[in-house]
Write a protein that binds this ligand. Structure first.
Ligand code: F0G
Length: 471
């Protein structure tokens, strides 16, 4: 990763310090709490961090989704919003921007990413189909399964090895993809997805070479390729830093080249749209677009707003251009890398190399005395909150463990991770230093941590509402 650091420095300034490339115009106070207070709060929340109130959190690293700070330009867009039901000017600006960057023929606005997923899979999938992906995000998997289809994760083997330093651990295993197509038959695969960057697999990027290779395999069988494009700008910038031949290409051109290989995409503008809400679905297929718009009208809204207000579309249109600015991306990657490198120095085993939107701590390796059946990720999330009021999220067996309905027996997830996601343009260097200080205390105390058991859970997406008890 030396090359990446060199590139970052070259692209930054002649100074070693990479600064936040913005000034702060509006602030939101943080309420400070003490450990004794947090102990009570966590107990009352049945140790589920999703049940803790935001006002009781000091640094909120639960998600990078919908948590961005908007720019002055975006707030101006909010005032400009045209709230006409049909043919809004805000939609025109939104559509023009999306077409300019993503290049697809049809742009269908939705209130967020999962609405785009639901419409896409409702229209393209049927019971018994199989959808390959590098790794499905939880809502993507749930939407595939809701149609009675099977979600297959085909990430390369390096992507499942947290310590491996391979630069594109989000890549799809093209051999596994070929084998899957041969095994189930091309007619059972209505589309293939690639998640850029691969959120469930540690926020790892996908290389342009891999995108080309996957497209080549799919073209042979006439299977369309769709991106789950939530973090497309971060993926494009990591290509610039890590893949030969892209160092001198503007990141917007890299993004366009990525998109040119696909037939469509789903997008949550809550990530690389730098907005608090919004999303879209794109396709080049006229017939599909028609059916998708019909469904959109039924549940989301008229095709010139989907589920968004006019002002939201303005914020997204501005955000999509701002997210491609290289000053912003240099800072974004540097902030995440700073957190990752210092956690590693403290001793934490993290998913290597650091990506763009989050650092993922390997909880299984951090807490080897807690077996996966007692949720080491949950134990770490709880202690991070107690130590510093920091909210992270478990991405392990609480989120992805499978409970057999007949026997009640649980199969653990492939990895036990804790994600510290960094909201865009929200926290400064000293906030991250505070997180590191709290993490150091957790590290020093790690041998005393205990596992958890689940005492109440829902049948699907249980992590949001489960109740826990410490062992
Ligand atoms: N795809 C990926 C890769 C995502 O990370 C998310 C959301 C979605 C789809 C769904 O988008 O939330 O707008 O409906 N990820 C958030 C997260 C929730 O915390 O990682 P949405």
């Amino acid at each position: 990763m030396e090359k990446e650091i060199h590139q970052l420095n070259k692209a930054g300034t002649t100074f070693r310090t990479i600064i936040e490339p913005f000034k702060i115009k509006s602030v939101e106070p943080i309420r400070m709490t003490f450990r004794a207070e947090r102990e009570k709060i966590l107990q009352n929340a049945f140790y589920n961090i999703f049940s803790v109130k935001a006002r009781d959190v000091i640094i909120d690293l639960l998600t990078d989704s919908g948590t961005s700070a908007m720019s002055a330009e975006q707030w101006s867009g909010i005032m400009r919003g045209d709230e006409s039901y049909a043919g809004s000017q805000s939609y025109e600006r939104f559509e023009k921007t999306v077409k300019d960057i993503f290049g697809f023929k049809h742009v269908i606005p939705t209130h967020q990413g999962r609405a785009a997923e639901r419409i896409l899979f409702s229209v393209m999938c049927k019971r018994g189909d199989v959808i390959p992906n590098n790794s499905h995000f939880d809502t993507t998997r749930a939407n595939v399964e809701f149609q009675g289809a099977v979600a297959e994760d085909l990430v390369i083997k390096e992507g499942l090895d947290p310590q491996n330093q391979y630069p594109f651990k989000g890549n799809v295993d093209a051999e596994k993809l070929k084998a899957l197509i041969k095994h189930v038959g091309k007619d059972k695969i209505p589309l293939c997805m690639i998640t850029i960057t691969n959120n469930s697999g540690g926020g790892q990027p996908v290389s342009m070479e891999n995108i080309r290779e996957v497209k080549k395999v799919l073209s042979k069988y006439n299977i369309p390729l769709y991106f789950d494009a939530c973090r497309f700008a971060e993926n494009a910038y990591l290509i610039k830093l890590r893949e030969d031949g892209y160092q001198d290409m503007p990141v917007k051109e890299i993004a366009k080249e990525m998109m040119a290989h696909a037939d469509g995409c789903t997008m949550s503008a809550k990530k690389d749209g730098l907005s608090n809400i919004g999303g879209f679905l794109c396709t080049n297929d006229d017939l599909l677009a028609q059916r998708e718009r019909d469904l959109l009208i039924l549940t989301e809204g008229f095709p010139t707003y989907g589920g968004m207000a006019g002002r939201d579309m303005e914020a997204v249109a501005v955000g999509l251009n701002e997210v491609l600015k290289e000053d912003y991306l240099i800072y974004r990657i540097a902030e995440t890398r700073y957190l990752g490198d210092h956690l590693y120095e403290t001793g934490f085993p993290i998913v290597q190399p650091p990506g763009a939107h989050a650092i993922y701590i390997d909880a299984k390796a951090t807490l080897p005395h807690i077996p996966p059946s007692q949720y080491p990720g949950q134990a770490l999330v709880a202690e991070l909150y107690l130590a510093g009021g920091i909210r992270g999220v478990e991405i392990g067996s609480v989120m992805f463990g499978k409970v057999d309905e007949k026997t009640g027996k649980e199969t653990s997830a492939a990895m036990e991770l804790v994600r510290l996601a960094i909201p865009r343009r929200v926290y400064t260097q000293s906030h991250i230093d505070y997180v590191l200080e709290a993490c150091k205390r957790v590290w020093e105390n790690r041998e005393k941590l205990k596992g958890f058991k689940i005492v109440k859970q829902a049948k699907s997406l249980r992590h949001f509402t489960a109740k826990f008890e410490p062992f």
